[in-house]
Write a protein that binds this ligand. Structure first.
Ligand code: PFF
Length: 486
């Protein structure tokens, strides 16, 4: 049912893909980024939009990507090229694959810096460097950790090397093996921290902050951030999931695996929020403390707990591992493309990619010290990598994928790959044709400041328009297909 001629590596175990994709999805995005951007954008309303984006956009896009990967059995570029050629559509769509691969690479360039923080905090925990510090001292320690390019560079280089070693080892021995024991450990640690949070005095406030939805409090910028984060946290439109999908055995159910990954990812993010915000509120810290949020708050919790140092060590081991199982997925697309197209070994491809990555990530790392003044429109290189990928490339890439799936490719492709009953298939099609693209577009346009008022005042009309677009779209779709794929 797939188009490949040569056998492609496949996941070994029944759970191989789910574990690897969950390993990719669950990472710094859940434990580091979700809490701090939730803090920055004001809490509950942001969480609500984020959850809506996961359901309405994330899940359909993930199913599409896995199906494209499995059907095309290759890196994003090759897979899309094969699938479009099978459908007789334009190979220009493989540009989406290029953009995804580039996004994965750009994300990794700043991700290794944050993962480096995690490794350095593990070291601080082991060496007792955080013991007895006050709230202010924790903030100072975070600042000092960033000040030396040699220190920060050492840790991010370590992460880069570790990533490339695992990827160089291959899909089964490297990736599949490392994720199978790490995910359960992570969840246990979060449960312990939530348990602590319940007695810290800030739990009620944290729950209120995360789950009281005052939608009016959310800015357009916040909605775009929520959409971008839905892509980021599920590893979408950045090559990872599509490439992992290319190793998925033909018999596995794409819908079921997608739902497991999305659910696990969402639960871990919410758990991280419930673990972190009680400490923040109990210690009078600001939820909007930015990227240093977890590094300044969690060590406080650990030092107040019985056996705190031990838990702290375990936590940072888990966080570092969660970061690694994500970082390996970000380069898999590039490495797979290089080995399939350039006739080089996986090892050479990994190290070659690693060297370029090291150069770019070093520039990102310098944003925190010697390059503190190198800004463009008020953003450092580190921030630009994050901003461009989350706010632009991933939503646009996702939009491209759903349009490709919904209007361009032959419907048999997805009927066969998804293997859904007629009703579920129709629901998926409705989502990728209308709900996901319109959701992405509305948030984009809203970020330009146009639709907010219109939405609030005229939603019944907009709903009617959506219905009309759906009907017209359905009637016109063969024609649309011709227009979009010359
Ligand atoms: N999903 C990862 C996280 O939440 O930490 C980040 C990520 C992994 C983004 C892989 C993109 C990617 F391709």
């Amino acid at each position: 049912m797939t188009t490949n001629e040569q056998p492609r590596t496949q996941w070994l175990g029944r759970w191989g893909f789910v574990l690897a994709a969950t390993g990719s999805a669950v990472g710094l995005g859940n434990i580091w980024k979700f809490p701090y951007i939730t803090g920055e954008y004001g809490g509950g309303a942001f969480v609500l939009v984020y959850l809506a984006c996961i359901l309405a956009v994330g899940v359909p896009v993930m199913m599409t990507e896995i199906a494209l990967g499995r059907r095309g059995r290759g890196s994003p570029i090759d897979a899309i090229r094969r699938v479009t050629s099978e459908s007789g559509s334009s190979s220009a769509w493989s540009l989406l694959g290029w953009m995804a691969m580039l996004a994965g690479f750009m994300i990794l360039s700043f991700y290794v810096v944050v993962a480096g923080w995690s490794f350095s905090y593990l070291w601080k925990m082991l060496s007792g460097g955080l013991a007895g510090s006050s709230v202010e001292e924790m903030a100072a320690i975070f600042g000092a950790n960033n000040e030396s390019p040699l220190n920060l560079g050492f840790w991010s280089t370590l992460v880069t090397v570790a990533t490339m070693v695992i990827v160089g080892k291959g899909v089964q021995a490297g990736i599949e093996k490392s994720v199978s024991w790490m995910m359960p450990g992570m969840v246990m640690m979060l449960l312990v921290l939530i348990g602590y949070g319940m007695f810290s005095g800030g739990f009620g406030e944290a729950v209120h902050f995360l789950f009281s939805f005052d939608v009016g409090s959310l800015s357009s910028e916040g909605m775009l951030a929520a959409l971008g984060h839905a892509f980021f946290t599920l590893s979408l439109a950045s090559g990872a999931i599509l490439t992992y999908g290319s190793y998925l055995p033909a018999r596995a159910s794409i819908a079921r695996t997608t739902l497991s990954v999305a659910l696990a990812d969402t639960l871990v993010a919410l758990m991280a929020g419930l673990a972190i915000f009680p400490v923040i509120f109990a210690n009078g810290m600001s939820p909007a403390s930015g990227p240093g949020l977890i590094f300044m708050s969690l060590p406080l919790a650990f030092q107040a707990m019985p056996l705190g140092t031990l838990f702290g060590i375990l936590f940072f081991i888990m966080l570092s591992m969660a970061a690694l199982t994500s970082s390996i997925s970000m380069v898999e697309a590039t490495v797979s493309w290089l080995t399939d197209n350039k006739g080089i070994s996986r090892r050479t491809a990994s190290w070659g990619t690693g060297i370029v990555l090291w150069l770019v990530s070093t520039l990102a790392m310098l944003s925190f010290n010697v390059g503190a003044d190198w800004t463009l429109a008020g953003k450092h290189f580190f921030d630009w990598l994050d901003y461009l990928t989350s706010r632009l490339m991933m939503p646009l890439g996702g939009l491209g994928m759903v349009l490709l799936a919904g209007f361009v490719l032959k419907s048999e492709t997805f009927r066969e790959e998804l293997g859904l009953s007629a009703g579920w298939y129709a629901l998926w099609l409705f989502m990728v044709r209308y709900v996901s693209p319109l959701g992405i577009l509305v948030i984009f346009v809203d970020a330009l400041g146009i639709t907010r008022v219109v939405l609030a005042q005229h939603w019944p009309w907009l709903l009617a328009v959506l219905v009309v677009i759906t009907v017209v779209g359905e009637l016109a779709s063969p024609r649309l297909r011709r227009v979009l794929s010359p």
